[in-house]
Design a protein around this ligand. Structure first.
Ligand SMILES: C[S@@+](CC[C@H](N)C(=O)[O-])C[C@H]1O[C@@H](n2cnc3c(N)ncnc32)[C@H](O)[C@@H]1O
Length: 374
């Protein structure tokens, strides 16, 4: 499961880091196959949750007959014993009697309620889980999820836990702070290279810089031909980006106009990476011209400012300053709701747009734009 809009970026991460074969993606879901599955699957950074697929369909009729079909698919189409075996291999069984939980999510207008779908799922599971297991609403060892969206239903065994979407480093948060999976997607789009200087000039609680540090941690560099080109196919897990001769040696810079937010960023980044953080106005950065390789950032949206009219002048001033700080062929990855303002400013700066990814944030349409300074 991914944040809606990030399907293509998650599919790229799955293929590149796990060698996964992506079968289908859309509606916040990416279905993929792995030759071998191990704990590396829990190190994906752009996904909200990872499941073992039990069954799926795109052909719900919206009618009540679907309930019996869902019961039957749960009963007959999934090899629960095998799924549980894989699950225990990745998430060892806790001591004592295991607990399980059923989670059903439903969007769309169907001739049945969510609780009816839950009953159908429970009936289909009869005899599939050991009789000694108890149902638990909190901290269950095994979670079986059924997600129904319009004509699509997908049922699976959850491998991840809440730390995949919330991250353990994020000890400080404020309402406009970015979701870590979105920050990770922006970092992927920035296409980081070793020795680069990465800047988040409006860093808030530092989520983007944290994801930049984590994206390179334990990932070995492999030259793949072209000058300066590196692929990132190796598994995650060991080492620290920036350490050792084959390390990334990134310089991470961040700042914010709010001293309180800079403290949040310090707290979140303390255990992850050494980051130079400052309190500053991103329209007038204390940085040399042409000194930064990547700028990754989400400036305030209109509704976060005292007047929406401030957005145009703010974004134009930011782009002018970023253009000064950015090296030639540097990249900017920016997440905004008001795309036209930033696009106009980027055009005036002569930046080339490489990619545009639509996402929704708190119910609002937003866009991640990727630019290169040519
Ligand atoms: C949407 S938040 C960024 C959230 C951040 N990416 C995170 O994950 O926490 C926008 C941030 O821009 C900061 N800000 C607004 N105007 C600024 C300016 N002129 N210079 C620097 N920071 C600014 C705000 O204080 C806020 O922390």
């Amino acid at each position: 499961m991914v944040h809606p809009g990030l399907e293509a970026i998650a599919a790229e991460e799955i293929a590149e880091t796990l060698g996964g074969e992506v079968k289908k993606s859309g509606l916040g879901i990416v279905v993929f196959r792995l030759a071998d599955i191990d704990r590396d699957v829990l190190n994906l950074r752009t996904t909200e949750d990872v499941f073992l697929l039990a069954w799926g369909t795109d052909e719900l009729s919206y009618r009540a007959v679907d309930l019996e079909r869902m019961r039957r698919w749960t009963d007959k189409d999934a090899d629960w014993a095998r799924l549980l075996q894989i699950h225990h291999g990745i998430r060892p069984k806790p001591k004592g009697r295991p607990t399980y939980r059923l989670v059903v999510q439903k969007s769309g207008t169907h001739a049945y309620r969510r609780v009816d779908a839950r009953k159908a799922l429970a009936r289909g599971l009869t005899g599939k889980l050991p009789a000694s297991w108890n149902h638990a609403e909190e901290n269950a060892a095994v979670e079986i999820w059924l997600t129904i969206q319009g004509a699509t239903a997908i049922c699976g065994l959850r491998l991840s836990d809440r730390s995949m979407r919330h991250r353990t480093y994020k000890v400080e948060h404020f309402p406009a702070s970015l979701r870590p999976t979105l920050a990770a997607a922006m970092v992927r789009l920035a296409d980081l290279k070793p020795m680069q200087t990465i800047l988040d000039p409006l860093c808030g609680a530092g989520t983007i810089l944290a994801e930049a540090a984590l994206a390179t941690r334990g990932r070995h560099l492999h030259s793949v031909g072209g000058e300066g080109s590196h692929s990132l196919p190796s598994p995650w897990g060991r080492g620290v980006g920036g350490e050792g001769p084959g390390g990334w040696n990134l310089t991470l810079l961040g700042g914010d106009i709010e001293p309180r937010h800079v403290h949040f960023a310090e707290a979140n980044l303390r255990k992850l990476a050494s980051v130079q953080l400052s309190t500053w106005d991103a329209r007038d950065l204390p940085l040399e011209g042409a000194s930064v390789d990547r700028i990754i950032c989400n400036p305030p949206f209109g509704k976060q400012l005292s007047s929406p009219g401030e957005i145009g002048p703010l974004y134009r001033a930011l782009v002018r300053e970023w253009d000064r700080a950015l090296k030639k062929r540097g990249r900017v990855v920016v997440l905004v709701a008001e795309a036209s303002e930033i696009k106009g400013a980027a055009q005036s700066a002569g930046w080339r747009q490489l990619r545009q990814v639509g996402v929704r944030i708190l119910g609002q349409r937003a866009v991640i734009l990727v630019y290169r300074k040519d």
